[in-house]
Design a protein around this ligand. Structure first.
Ligand SMILES: [Zn+2]
Length: 485
């Protein structure tokens, strides 16, 4: 067995999962428990007793709390600063890793020192991450309020993901599901082909003609392609509408803005590059045709109330609370699960029910000169297609775990994601580059939806839906934390 960091791969791996499985964010604020003895049930009990204790505590010794709270804040700030520097240093080895950074320039490493070999340097990063986790765990007897608890949990999971990233950079191997759990803080559900086939059969009934469903779908949707010369006008109209709807419920700084660029040869459909100071660059990939609903999808996902708004809100935590962990965004971390989940579900928040279709009929179709008369059926199919999102996760899992060849994966995506061959090939490139990141879209969306609906943000309560959505994008959140609530 190969040695890594002087311990075997298995040890490193189980160590990662020990941290993932055993971490009990809320209970850590109570007198230390034997980690081995804790169970999820116990944690739930501790969670509630924490609130009782915290309430009693508030009444009995407010001043003492203030002092303890300051100490905790200062310890957390210290860990947060080390975490940011750790992420910047990991970024030396993967240019995709640091997705956004607008913190102090002097923290940015030029590159690692030439005097140190890569393996020594990577090992030191791994050790640094471990020490930060130890420091956080040593704070277990502190008293904390809800926001501090959320912050603690967020930083802990982010560091855990950073350490997993270092482990992978060092050649450590994890299965798709292990990787997704260690990086994104979630268990990924599995679906078999029969599940997808039932949805494909439903779609088949809504399409004209006979024969292969993917061919009929590809042919059918040609009537909804946005003409290239209308693309920008359509996107601008969609952005204006998404912004208007978001501003009714979420306050944004007056100076916030973004720029749209059209690019080619990318493995993704669109990308939000957040630059800080409430400014984003949104790139739209035009390699493949854009269909009528893409404009609103992208404007909501990349812009309002999606990535752009989330980033503006997180930057506020950095600038106003001085929480430095929010001056950086490591792509392969739980933060991305929240970001993609809110960006996807943000569309449903901004356009409940048939609102997207109604807006497109009224505003987008006239710009494109396309015929809106058949759009109802197109939307019925689109809703079913959304359920096929999990077929991409199955494809990535089997491909990255080495169970399927490229050809098998492409053919699966055509069959159960109804993707064109070109789209399937683009997806495959995405899997190769971003690996288990793919789970963040469909699973992220569903977890955000479940959280919002479970907390009363149902379709008939628009105000609460927006309030819960705003809370998720404006406070430190973790996927496992949202699932538990
Ligand atoms: Zn996204």
């Amino acid at each position: 067995m190969r040695k890594l960091f002087n311990v075997t791969l298995r040890q490193v791996q189980s160590d990662i999962f020990f941290k993932t499985v055993r971490f009990r964010p809320v209970s850590t604020w109570l007198p230390s428990q034997s980690r081995q003895a804790q169970s999820d049930n116990l944690i739930l009990k501790l969670f509630y007793s924490y609130f009782i204790i915290a309430t009693l505590f508030l009444f009995s010794c407010g001043e003492q709390k203030n002092e303890s709270s300051k100490n905790l804040e200062s310890s957390m700030n210290n860990v947060a600063e080390q975490y940011v520097k750790l992420v910047l240093n990991i970024g030396i080895y993967d240019s995709d890793y640091v997705d956004a950074y607008y913190g102090p320039t002097e923290w940015k490493p030029e590159t690692k020192s030439n005097a140190i070999s890569d393996s020594t340097y990577i090992q030191s990063l791994y050790d640094d991450a471990g020490k930060l986790l130890d420091t956080l765990e040593s704070l277990s007897d502190e008293q904390a309020d809800e926001l501090q608890t959320l912050r603690y949990r967020f930083i802990y999971k982010q560091i855990l993901a950073a350490r997993t990233k270092v482990f992978m950079l060092a050649g450590g191997k994890l299965s798709f599901d292990e990787e997704a759990k260690a990086l994104y803080d979630v268990e990924v559900p599995a679906y078999d082909s029969a599940y997808f086939q039932r949805i494909v059969d439903e779609i088949s009934k809504l399409l004209p003609g006979n024969g292969n469903v993917v061919d009929r779908w590809q042919e059918y949707k040609k009537q909804f392609i946005i003409p290239t010369e209308k693309l920008n006008a359509v996107f601008q109209a969609a952005i204006d509408e998404c912004r208007k709807r978001t501003l009714q419920y979420i306050k944004l700084p007056a100076k916030e803005s973004f720029k749209v660029e059209y690019v080619k040869n990318q493995p993704w459909g669109a990308y939000n590059w957040y630059k800080g100071n409430s400014f984003s660059v949104i790139q739209v990939n035009t390699d493949l045709p854009s269909y009528i609903d893409r404009a609103v999808d992208l404007a909501a996902h990349e812009g309002y109330p999606g990535h752009h708004v989330l980033n503006v809100r997180l930057e506020k935590l950095y600038r106003e609370r001085n929480w430095v962990e929010y001056c950086i965004y490591p792509l392969f971390s739980p933060q991305s699960f929240i970001a993609e989940g809110t960006a996807n579900y943000g569309l449903d928040i901004a356009f409940p029910g048939d609102a997207q279709m109604e807006f497109e009929k009224e505003v987008i179709f006239p710009i494109t000169n396309l015929d809106p008369s058949k759009v109802e059926n197109y939307y019925k199919i689109s809703r079913l297609l959304q359920k096929l999102g999990y077929s991409s996760i199955e494809a990535a899992r089997n491909y990255l775990d080495g169970k399927w060849t490229k050809e098998q994966t492409i053919s699966w995506l055509q069959k159960y994601n109804l993707a064109s061959k070109e789209r399937a090939e683009q997806n495959l490139k995405f899997f190769e580059k971003y690996r288990s990141y793919i789970i963040n879209y469909s699973l992220g969306r569903d977890i955000i939806q479940q959280y919002i609906e479970k907390n009363g943000g149902t379709d008939d309560n628009e105000k609460l839906r927006w309030a819960l959505f705003e809370k998720i994008i404006s406070t430190p959140q973790t996927p496992s934390g949202l699932i538990r609530k």
